[in-house]
Design a protein around this ligand. Structure first.
Ligand code: SF4
Length: 251
């Protein structure tokens, strides 16, 4: 027994004490900051460079739902575009993922759009079924990490479950391939109402680099209301956890 105490003492506290304020690496790419002094020529250059069409060729805005966080735009225009390591970038309105030149301040959920039954029913316990709809296992691994001993989202009753019948909602990763389109719909229908839909990662939110591919079928995404968008490529566990905490009203 004393040996076990010694192991615990040596390991110290492994969990992240405050998931809201936990610092991450300075080189982590989260919320972009775009100068409002971009010239038309600079906007044209970076929009042509961007591999995923995330930069608007007229305004210079960056759409975090399309961005793959490659950093190429910041390297082309240092001093005019940079990525802060602010990981709290989840939103519940698709338009709010578009960051405009000169936009400062944090990205947050629109409280008025959060369904009352979501907070009433799921605030103390939220069980989620994860569906990898053509994902590449990157977002899936980060979601897995969200429940590990470090991030430990289970402390708030947020957990993944094996069956959609035991779930309160689904978490979708991947661009939704044709082969997964029907399975995704079946899974969603198996979740009892009321239920929520969360999209995690660029591929799920917009199709990402697979936009326009005949192998992708976005019918489900385009025909359902989405409760939470969690951007990233892949999304950071803290982006996911903080987004869900905001959705549930956990301080
Ligand atoms: S970091 Fe995002 S916006 Fe910039 S070039 Fe890469 S994909 Fe485009």
């Amino acid at each position: 027994m004393s040996g076990e105490y010694k192991v615990l003492k040596d390991h110290g506290k492994q969990f992240v004490p405050n998931l809201r304020t936990q610092p991450v690496s300075a080189i982590f790419r989260g919320r972009p900051v775009i100068s409002d002094s971009l010239t038309n020529n600079e906007i044209r250059q970076v929009s042509e460079l961007c591999p995923s069409g995330a930069i608007d060729s007229k305004t210079g805005s960056i759409d975090l739902g399309k961005c793959v966080f490659c950093n190429e735009c910041a390297l082309m225009l240092p001093g005019k575009i940079r990525f802060e390591n602010d990981y709290r970038i989840s939103v519940n309105r698709r338009e709010d993922l578009v960051i405009r030149p000169g936009q400062e301040g944090h990205v947050r959920l629109d409280e008025t759009l959060i369904r009352k039954d979501v907070r009433k029913l799921f605030r103390k316990a939220l069980k989620l079924r994860q569906v990898s709809a053509g994902g590449d296992n990157s977002c899936e691994m980060e979601l897995n990490a969200a429940g590990n001993v470090n991030f430990d989202m289970g402390r708030y009753g947020i957990e993944f479950v094996a069956s959609p019948r035991h779930a309160d909602g689904i978490v979708i990763t991947g661009p939704v391939t044709e082969n997964m389109a029907e399975a995704l719909d079946i899974c969603y229908k198996a979740v009892p109402s009321p239920k929520i839909i969360i999209l995690v990662g660029t591929d799920a939110i917009s199709g990402g680099l697979f936009t326009g591919s005949p192998a992708v079928n976005r019918w489900f995404i385009n025909n359902h209301d989405i409760d939470l968008y969690v951007p990233g490529n892949p999304a950071h566990p803290l982006t996911f956890i903080n987004g869900v905490m905001d959705l549930l009203g956990i301080k």
